[in-house]
Each structure stands twice: as structure tokens, then as C-alpha cells.
Ligand binder design. Structure first.
Ligand SMILES: NC(=O)c1ccc[n+]([C@@H]2O[C@H](COP(=O)([O-])OP(=O)(O)OC[C@H]3O[C@@H](n4cnc5c(N)ncnc54)[C@H](OP(=O)(O)O)[C@@H]3O)[C@@H](O)[C@H]2O)c1
Length: 307
């Protein structure tokens, strides 16, 4: 058990897998989720499940993993949020959701006025990547906040990069997810091109994954692309949020992002055709339809490379 009391807000797909590693790693952990039953299984690993969000104000360090900036604001400063507790012992908030630079700066000011440090700590990887022990954090804020959080970050993920003061981690994460969207769309396009020319998807991706263009990402999306398993890891709507954050940042910093802009529109049309509770890798099927192809699962066992 750790000496410091750790709180966790947001037990969704990511939050669950991250908090589970903290609990299994021996942290003195109290979790809260809006939909309480999703958090309940963590009790089997030693976590306490709080009745009220404000109960987490007794914790020294509080992690947050919700969806958007509005949701972060609500769980921190809303009428029933963390800061609504009369007595707040929390001295550090580690905010892991993918949010804007502006939201993050506003959060930092709100917490500062209550004497609380903020570490911006968004992540790269999905819940399966977390389970495989391959998640990475990108962090910014006061160096002492990073150092205080590091033992807990290390229980969750092997990699945590400190990129500087303020909200720098947010722009790194936004750039990362713009790249994620563009790469996924591009991989979908070339996979469909190869298939229409006669190459089975598993054979094409087997080569790509072993080529200089292969990556952890192309490997772990291969089962979805080959066998059409679109159980959600990351929703098209959350990815659209990140592309929008990227396009906003592009306007703010006067950087053209033509590929991000096109990908955002393609993703919008996937969402418009009704894909909401399936994985964003369904971009593959969307592109197949645009190419006059009806996809079927190849039913070939393929590795996701995560072990
Ligand atoms: N999935 C990925 O691969 C991935 C990878 C890296 C980063 N991210 C980022 O991580 C964050 C979480 O993603 P996720 O995939 O874990 O999403 P998710 O499964 O939809 O989980 C969202 C969590 O936020 C909670 N929440 C949302 N709005 C809330 C509100 N207003 N008040 C209280 N709780 C609220 C939800 O509570 P309920 O359970 O009650 O709905 C749930 O616990 C997002 O910012 C996403 O962009 C995701």
C-alpha cells in the first residue's frame, strides 16, 4: 500500500484499465464513476468505490480520465465536483483526458486558486495497450508535480515523457491523435486498393507490418482490418473531437493541416452514416463502400503484436 491516498475520477474504457493497474500495483486507491456499477469490479483489486465524487477530496493526488473539457470542468468545479467538498486535502490533480490547450489552462488557473497543482498527463494507447503494459504518458506542468506523480504513472505505464511547463503536453497529444486519424484513413485507403487489385487483407498487412512502414499501431489494428472486429477501443466521435482540437490549434498557430481537415470530413461522414458505438477502424468499411466493395471477414488468425 502507498502512503499517499490516490483518487480516480472516470472509470470508462481507459480509466478502468488505468485504475486497475494502480490498484493491482498496491496504491491506496479510491475511485468514483458517474455510472457507479462500472467501477464496482475494481473493489476486487483493493480499490474503494466512493459514493460521492466530493469524497475524493480527502485524497492527496486525484487522477481524472473523462471525455471532454466540459466533462472535466463538471467533475472538478461542478456543483457536485471535487472542489465542492468543504475540506479539500488534494494537492495535485493529474488530468489525463484529451482536452484543449485553452481548457487545460483554465483548469490550471481554477486549481491554482485553491492551492492545487495540475499535471497535464494525456496518454497514447487504448485499453488493450494499457493491459499489455505499453501505455505512454506525455506530461507538462510544474516539474515537482511530475516528480510527485511519477511513482504512480509508473505503476500504470512504462513510459512517461516530461515535455515542459504549462499545457505543452496537450499539444503533443493533439498532434499525436491528428496523426492517428490520418494514418488510419491512409491505411484504410491502401488496404482497400490492394484488396481490389486482388491481395487479401491479411497478406497485405503481413507485409506492411514487417516493412519499414509497420508500427505498433498498424500491428494492433490488423485484427480489426482483417477480421472486421470493430468492438470499440476508441469511438469515431472521440477521434473527431481530437481532429477538431488539432484543426483549432492549426488556426491558432497559423499552420495548414490539409490532411487532418480531409480526414475530419471523412470521419464525419462515417459518423453521419451511423457509426457511433463501434471502433474508429470502421473507416476501412467506409472506404470499401466508397470503392464499391462489400467487405467480409477473412477469418484468418492474425496477431495484434501486443503479446
Ligand atoms: N479509448 C482510447 O483509445 C483513448 C486513448 C487515449 C486517450 N483517450 C481519451 O481518454 C478519454 C476517455 O476516453 P474513453 O475511451 O475511456 O471514453 P469512455 O469509455 O467513453 O469513458 C468516459 C468516462 O468519462 C465519464 N464521464 C463523461 N462525461 C462525464 C461527466 N459529465 N461527468 C462525470 N463523468 C463523465 C464516463 O462516465 P460514465 O461511465 O458514467 O459514462 C466514463 O467514465 C477521452 O478524452 C479520450 O479522448 C482515449
Amino acid at each position: 500500500m502507498t502512503v499517499e491516498r490516490i483518487g480516480w475520477i472516470g472509470i470508462g474504457r481507459m480509466g478502468y484499465a488505468m485504475a486497475e493497474r494502480l490498484a493491482k500495483g498496491g496504491a491506496d486507491l479510491t475511485v468514483w464513476n458517474r455510472t457507479r456499477e462500472k467501477a464496482q469490479p475494481l473493489a476486487a483489486h483493493g480499490a474503494k468505490v466512493a459514493e460521492k465524487l466530493a469524497d475524493l477530496a480527502a485524497c492527496d493526488i486525484v487522477f481524472v480520465m473523462v471525455s471532454t473539457w466540459d466533462d472535466v470542468r463538471e467533475v472538478i468545479t461542478g456543483p457536485h465536483g471535487l472542489l465542492s467538498a468543504g475540506d479539500v486535502a488534494t494537492r495535485l490533480v493529474v488530468e489525463c483526458s484529451s482536452i484543449s490547450l485553452e481548457g487545460s489552462a483554465e483548469l490550471r488557473e481554477m486549481l491554482k486558486s485553491r492551492g492545487i497543482d495540475l499535471l497535464a498527463a494525456p496518454v497514447s494507447g487504448n485499453a488493450k495497450v494499457i493491459k499489455a503494459g505499453r501505455l505512454s504518458f506525455v506530461c507538462s506542468g510544474p516539474k515537482h508535480a511530475y516528480e510527485a506523480a511519477l511513482p504512480y504513472l509508473k505503476l500504470i505505464a512504462p513510459a512517461a515523457s516530461y515535455v515542459g511547463e504549462g499545457e505543452l503536453a496537450r499539444i503533443v497529444k493533439i498532434c499525436h491523435n491528428v496523426f492517428l486519424g490520418v494514418v488510419t484513413q491512409s491505411l484504410a485507403e491502401v488496404t482497400i486498393l490492394a484488396q481490389k487489385a486482388g491481395v487479401p487483407r491479411h497478406a497485405f498487412l503481413d507485409f506492411m507490418n514487417q516493412s519499414v512502414m509497420g508500427s505498433t499501431f498498424t500491428r494492433y489494428k490488423t485484427p480489426a482490418f482483417v477480421n472486421l472486429d470493430f468492438k470499440v477501443t476508441f469511438t469515431p466521435e472521440l477521434l473527431r473531437k481530437d481532429l477538431d482540437l488539432g484543426l483549432d490549434a492549426g488556426r491558432r498557430f497559423d499552420v495548414p493541416l490539409p490532411l487532418a481537415s480531409l480526414t475530419r470530413d471523412v470521419l464525419q461522414s462515417l459518423i453521419g452514416h451511423g457509426t457511433k458505438d463501434e471502433d474508429f477502424a470502421k473507416l476501412l468499411v467506409h472506404h470499401a463502400r466508397a470503392s464499391g466493395l462489400d467487405l467480409t471477414a477473412e477469418n484468418v488468425p492474425v496477431s495484434d503484436g501486443l503479446g
